[in-house]
Design a binder for this molecule. Structure first.
Ligand SMILES: Nc1ncnc2c1ncn2[C@@H]1O[C@H](COP(=O)(O)OP(=O)(O)OP(=O)(O)O)[C@@H](O)[C@H]1O
Ligand SMILES: [Mg+2]
Length: 332
């Protein structure tokens, strides 16, 4: 049995297709990540899988249960930590967890022990009796994570678990997620628009854009598919032959793929050291000078660009603006 099985799932909001015919399977115990930009359809998919939204068409099973016809069974087997932090600021950490425990129908005689265990796991035992309003963003998120774990779910859904947190806090949360996974061995389905997060945490990743899955694979396989080296260069001067030159570079042996953006050309290759001299030679044939050139390993960023033609920005600035923009683009 799969932990999650999705077949031709589609969700429409009036004219907008937020989730567009996606299919995928997640193994038990796997950490699977949905990687995609604002408005890609990550939260919508997750809300369908957690029974909060009904699909327009298609079928999804979680822990073997149908998310529409067996919604109650699904809810018993899952934990869901939403994109927005949902702890109550005026209660203490412990009181928040007690509330969660009661909402999840945990047997009364087990509640306090489970809370003790989870507080220790997320290292909040010392702060447990303080009001959450005194907690930092990272501590709130950890408490939020703990709330989703109290009933020992088989499948844990984490929607953008570190969005809006600074990089140090984000790294710490990653460590907690790994600890939780090791301790409980549950399946984790998370969504993110941070490359590094997907790369560090996930066994497999699905790149989602405009509601569609572009590719599903392990981060390493995705990176390897691009060749094991990336050459990035910029031109000092250019002429009308630039595009011909780029086509010629694409024909060099060991070049797997090439993309250009403004001044910068990126070449994915399996043997960078052999390709670089040829790039210099070709460009001098066409009277074009190269200003700078570098050789690196491919990152998940490169993978994303190669599948979507766009960059996935790692900043929180203009978050809402980009979200709105993504929406407008989809309505055209
Ligand atoms: N209830 C709704 N009614 C109408 N449109 C919606 C609704 N919920 C989501 N959408 C739209 O569906 C698309 C997908 O949204 P979704 O929230 O699933 O994206 P996301 O990948 O989670 O993005 P983000 O990174 O911004 O959280 C967006 O264009 C969004 O505006
Ligand atoms: Mg979202």
């Amino acid at each position: 049995m799969y932990a999650i099985e999705i077949n031709s799932l589609t969700k429409k909001f009036q004219k907008l297709t937020a989730v567009d015919n996606i299919s995928l399977k997640v193994d038990e115990g796997e950490i699977f990540g949905f990687l995609g930009p604002n408005g890609a359809g990550k939260s919508t998919t997750m809300m369908i899988l957690t029974t909060l939204l009904k699909p327009t068409s298609g079928v999804a099973l979680v822990s073997g249960f149908n998310v529409v016809s067996q919604a109650k069974k699904v809810r018993e087997n899952i934990g869901y930590v939403q994109q927005e932090i949902s702890v109550d600021e005026y209660l203490t950490g412990r009181e928040n967890l007690q509330l969660q425990a009661r909402l999840n129908h945990i047997p009364k005689n087990q509640i306090e022990k489970r809370i003790d265990d989870i507080l220790e796991l997320i290292e909040l035992s010392e702060k447990q009796n303080q009001a959450v309003i005194s907690y930092s963003g990272g501590m709130r998120k950890r408490l939020d994570l703990a709330g989703g774990l109290l009933h020992h779910p088989k499948v844990l859904f984490l929607d953008e678990p570190t969005v809006g947190l600074d990089i140090q806090t984000r790294r710490r949360i990653w460590e907690y997620i790994k600890t939780i996974h090791k301790e409980y061995g549950m399946t984790i389905f998370l969504s993110t628009h941070y490359m590094e997060e997907a790369d560090r945490l996930c066994n497999r990743i699905g790149i989602i854009d405009y509601g569609k899955i572009q590719v599903i694979d392990s981060p390493q396989t995705m990176k390897n598919a691009l060749g094991n080296e990336v050459i990035v260069f910029t031109f000092e001067n250019q002429n009308e032959k630039r595009d011909i030159l780029i086509d010629k570079i694409n024909e060099i042996e060991f070049v797997k793929e090439i993309s250009k953006k403004d001044e910068q050309v990126t070449v994915f290759s399996s043997k960078g050291t052999e390709v670089i001299p040829k790039i210099f030679q070709l460009s001098s044939n066409y009277g074009i000078k190269i200003k700078s050139i570098s050789l690196t390993q491919p990152t998940l960023d490169d993978v994303f660009i190669s599948y979507t033609g766009r960059e996935l920005r790692d900043d929180n600035e203009n978050y809402n603006q980009r979200r709105e923009h993504a929406k407008m683009m989809r309505l055209k």
